[in-house]
Design a protein around this ligand. Structure first.
Ligand code: FAD
Ligand code: NAP
Ligand code: SF4
Length: 677
């Protein structure tokens, strides 16, 4: 076999003895919500088949429970009976027809299971679940082991190439392993030998039952990131024993769900946790998979080259681009639609019981539903505004065969993405811009930058229809003194880079208020680009001196400014931020000493500063600047004039609706219109 010229380590096959993986990428497990939808298995088959066609070496399904009590939610999927095998065949047949390989993940939620029948090694409630678990009896433990084994056998019957046993992220197996959650005094608790008996029995009995030619991946929690987690010596002991018990591959798990350290969010340094897999490389001899925030073939290749692991796991990057591996193999990584680690459409959706998809790829998990319609009539289309909505519409409509011209008054493509990428920890937005630029340049779209269009120009040029994607303008709230020189808005700060003093009030605590506060409380290069400093700020101990891998004290770089954030609502600040990332933004600003004041009324701004009323009392904040982050209004001045002259106008993105606008909606709206127009 010839070596790939661009990413030789990534593309190198991996021989497992009884079978061979075509490359070093494992698509990590992601629950999508399709598992529980009517007709979801057919949709999942299309979703996995697309990734198999895209060339990924091995895939893992979302977590499937081995029994009723282990279901993450009352209606989550389980595989415990032969009658359930048939629907899994739809997936495995589709994957094998596309020359792919797939394992089923067996996940028992333990005390994380969100229903009153949940169970655990001990009756200790998780801080992230209101349901207190019942303690499993000795008989219950043995029965649960048999359920794992039964599930693996059924997976084999269903045509899966193997299983992944979920032993990390704080789920049942992890709960048995750590003294934090295991207070038992029988043979399943007490000493470490007793606490790891549960996973070892699962793997040992499973191997006996499924035979030698079936992949068993064990997801090993290498870094718990919680108090009373495992020590490094214990993790090594378990890794070795898991190998001996018959696992084929060990995958890396980082952090329990209840840990207060971000592990996959966009602000986590790329490949920031592969050092822990590297440590394990010296201890076991079966292939090791490393994971977390690996999102480009370049990063993956360098991780493999430096010997941190034998394979890399990427989950969200394959949601973002099913053809990731094909593009990498052709040396076209610039064409990869890169996962920006935002969680906005994947994890956040799942936590809200919505179907997962992807902010940068709205077709993810909608492979059979969101598809371009055949072109009935070629049209000459003008798109005004090259933000995410306008750009997406333009290349998708051009790909369908329309004649598309894209205008922007700015000298750059991207709209507000060029502002978002200024925030420390949001560097991935540059990747989004790169992808859009490449897509546009390779399409037939006529791009006209530095062009502020008006009605006449659009009407005279003979366009059939106009798409207004002109975005938004910042809202200026009616506060006395809002025109005082102390007052600026987020565009002044982030785009125009106007100097900001040392004492600052931020009005508005939505996504942009939080981002501006993050920007104002940082100096120097973003921590995301300085992994050592990032680890210290979040309290991760790379020397692993304490169980769980946490430092005794975080090392936070001081803020160059004193910042106060204000909102009128009484509710907790950042309540509407991402479900899985809001806590990170709040913690990060807390580290920097940002004071958050809710339930205020703004009275005025003058030379003294910002005057606010709270609970009937007026307080004057002596600040150098007041930054307005008070939401946005749609910008669609061209609409009325065009429509009055008979032009058909479509509104997308912020130009359509400004409230609750984000790039996810802008891109989805652009795609939907382009596929239908
Ligand atoms: P815009 O991006 O605003 O683009 C509109 C374009 O129209 C602009 O380029 C403008 O120059 C052009 N235009 C306007 N009028 C004319 C005219 N008459 N002629 C020619 N061109 C014109 N969203 C997220 O989903 N996740 C995030 O983490 C996130 N972070 C953000 C952080 C910050 C600091 C900011 C400011 C925004 C953030 N957003 C985020 C929001 C996201 O960027 C916007 O929702 C998105 O850009 C809106 O897309 P759009 O295409 O509707 O409009
Ligand atoms: P936003 O989320 O709607 O927040 C606006 C803030 O301004 C609120 O805190 C609101 O709080 C305040 N406000 C509204 N009207 C006001 C008025 N008249 N006077 C004073 N304060 C007022 O909007 P945004 O922060 O501008 O963000 C825009 C969009 O970008 C968001 O919808 C978001 O989805 C997206 N974005 C997302 C992220 C992300 O991380 N996912 C990051 C940045 C931006 P009170 O009404 O309580 O005062
Ligand atoms: Fe990645 Fe965001 Fe897409 Fe999730 S929604 S896959 S984090 S780009």
């Amino acid at each position: 076999m010839t070596q790939n010229a661009y990413f030789p380590s990534l593309m190198k096959p991996l021989d497992l003895g009884f079978t061979q993986l075509k490359n070093r990428v494992l698509m990590g497990s992601m629950h999508t919500g399709l598992e529980e939808e009517k007709g979801g298995f057919e949709k999942m088959a299309a979703y996995f088949a697309a990734r198999a066609k895209g060339g990924v070496g091995l895939m893992v399904t979302g977590g499937i429970s081995p029994n009723y009590r282990g279901r993450l939610a009352p209606h989550s999927s389980q595989l415990s009976n032969r009658f359930q095998v048939k629907k899994h065949r739809i997936i495995t047949d589709a994957v094998h027809a596309a020359d792919g390989k797939i394992c089923l993940q067996i996940l028992h939620g333990g005390r994380y299971a969100y229903h009153p029948l949940n169970c655990g090694p001990s009756a200790i409630k998780a801080p992230i679940n209101p349901f207190k678990p019942k303690q499993l009896s000795d008989r219950g433990v043995r029965q649960t082991i048999r359920h794992y084994v039964r599930c693996a056998k059924l997976a084999r019957e269903a045509g899966y190439d193997g299983v992944e046993v979920m032993g990390s992220e704080g789920y049942l197996i992890n709960q048995f392993i750590c003294s934090r959650t295991n207070k038992r005094t029988d043979q399943w608790g007490g000493s470490y030998e007793n606490r790891i008996r549960f996973p070892l029995e699962i793997i040992r009995q499973m191997r006996e039952e499924v035979g030698t030619d079936f992949i068993i991946i064990y997801r090993l929690s290498m870094l718990d990131l919680v108090e009373d987690g495992s020590s490094w010596e214990e993790v090594v002991q378990l890794g070795k024993a898991i190998e001996e018990a018959g696992a084929t591959i060990i995958n890396t798990g980082i952090g329990w769900h209840e840990a207060r350290v971000p592990t996959i969010a966009t602000s986590v340094p790329r490949g920031g946790f592969t050092w822990i897999t590297r440590k394990m490389k010296e201890e076991v001899s079966i292939p090791l998979v490393t994971t977390n925030r690996i999102n480009t073939p370049e990063v993956a290749e360098s991780i493999l080259n430096q010997g941190d692991a034998d394979m890399v796991s990427m989950a969200r990057p394959l949601l973002a681009d099913p053809d990731f591996m094909l593009k990498a193999a052709e040396g076209r990584s610039d064409r990869i639609n890169t996962c920006i680690g935002c969680n906005q459409a994947c994890l956040d959706h799942v936590f809200k019981q919505q179907r997962a998809t992807c902010l940068v790829n709205p077709q993810a998990c909608y492979e059979t539903e969101l598809v371009p319609q055949p072109l009935a009539q070629k049209k000459k289309l003008a798109v005004v505004g090259a933000g995410p909505a306008g750009m997406t519409f333009a290349f998708e409509a051009a790909d369908r065969g329309h004649d598309v011209t894209l205008f922007d008054r700015s000298d750059k493509l991207g709209g507000q993405l060029n502002i978002a990428n200024q925030i420390p920890g949001k560097e991935e937005f540059y990747e989004m811009l790169r992808y859009f630029e490449v897509r546009l340049k390779e399409s037939s779209v006529n791009i006209q930058l530095n062009t502020e269009v008006n009605e006449e120009a659009l009407l005279d040029a003979g366009f059939d229809e106009v798409i207004l994607a002109t975005g938004v303008v910042p809202r200026t709230p009616p506060i006395e003194g809002v025109d005082h020189p102390k007052v600026m808005n987020y565009i002044d700060v982030l785009k125009l880079k106007k100097p900001v003093g040392e004492k600052v009030a931020v009005i508005g605590a939505g996504g942009i208020g939080f981002d501006v506060s993050e920007y104002l409380t940082h100096t120097g290069e973003s921590l995301t680009l300085r992994p050592e400093a990032w680890m210290k700020e979040w309290g991760v101990d790379r020397n692993y001196e304490h169980p769980g891998g946490l430092l005794e004290q975080k090392v936070v770089e001081p803020s160059p400014r004193q910042v106060w954030m204000f909102q009128r609502k009484e509710s907790k600040m950042g309540k509407n931020l991402g479900k899985t990332t809001g806590w990170i933004h709040r913690s990060s600003l807390k580290h920097k000493g940002v004071e958050m004041v809710t339930g205020v009324q703004y009275k005025k701004v003058d030379d003294q500063g910002l005057h606010v009323e709270k609970d009937g009392e007026i307080t004057v904040y002596d600040v150098d600047h007041v930054i307005l982050c008070a939401g946005q209004e749609p910008l669609r001045v061209l609409q009325q004039g065009l429509e009055s002259k008979g032009m058909k106008v479509h509104l997308i993105g912020g130009a359509d609706v400004a409230s609750e606008l984000d790039a996810k909606r802008a891109i989805r709206q652009g795609t939907e219109l382009a596929f239908a127009i």
